[in-house]
Each structure stands twice: as C-alpha cells, then as structure tokens.
Design a binder for this molecule. Sequence first.
Ligand SMILES: [Zn+2]
Length: 175
Amino acid sequence: MSVKTKEGKALTKKLENTWICDACGGSIKNASEGWSQWIGYEGPDGKWKGQGFRLVHHRMECMYDDCRIMKGEGSVFDMPLGALLGPDGLMYLLALIDAGSVATDEVLDMIKRLHIPGYEQARRYFDRAIDKELIRPELWPGYFCYQKEIDTVLSHNWNEGVLIECSNDESRAAA
Ligand SMILES: [Zn+2]
C-alpha cells in the first residue's frame, strides 16, 4: 500500500528550512517571515511560566493578540524565528528549559522543529504513520524519531493527512 517515492525525497529537500505557521497553517518560506511567541504568566512566587510556544508568520493576522491576552493577565514574549536557529538559537532554547520559563514539552518540540531535519514537515503525519504501522519510533514516546523514521514518513504521498495509496508498492513490485 505504500510507495517509496522519489517525489517524497525531493519534497524533503525542497521544504527544508521552511516551517508551518501554527496560526494559519500556511508555509513560512524563510526565517525572516517567521516569529516565535509564547505567553508568560507571573506566578504567586514572582516567577514567569510560559506556554503556547509557537511559530507563526510575522504579521498581525497570525500573531497573538497582545491586548486580548493582557486582559487575561498574561504577557506575550516573542523572538524572531531566525534567532532560534543555529548553535546560538539551540543554546537559547536549552536555556529556556533550564530556566523553566516555558513548558518543557513545548520547548523540546520547538527544538525538534527548528533543529532536526525533516521533523517540521513530518510531525503532522506521525500519528497516522504510526496508526498505519509505517513507523514505530524506537526512541522515547513523544515523537522522538530518528532520521530514518522521518524519511519514511516523508517518502509517502500524503494529501491533507490521508495516505495516497498507490499500486506500485514494494510488495507488488517484488511479487
Ligand atoms: Zn500564518
């Protein structure tokens, strides 16, 4: 039912260094179009805790509405997407974890999105790929996938999350 597609491989390369906006679902085609944000809440101990860490287009329609969030007593924290790339960006994200200033699971996912090749493109298909037994992540649960698993997900033809089944699959080719 599956196809190892050359198109899939091409897709991976083509989409590397692009991201998917968490607000509109559109493509962030380069780092300068992207923005990262989270909402911080000051706890009774005076420490700030953040959540809702996301990547969006750097435009009003996609960014958090500061005014609305301030009414709920949270504050928007943000950084250019580009500032989270490269070794300094990774170091900053690790520091966020150490400081506990943003929910750890959200920072971990952001690290994977920005620093693991193919993860950003593959992540929305992981559930379905696991359901269809295309992959069985070998590492810890929570989409800690090796490159070979990411490559497998990206080498299939997905259309809005539905696997397009083709006739020239490996088993048939081998028969
Ligand atoms: Zn957007």
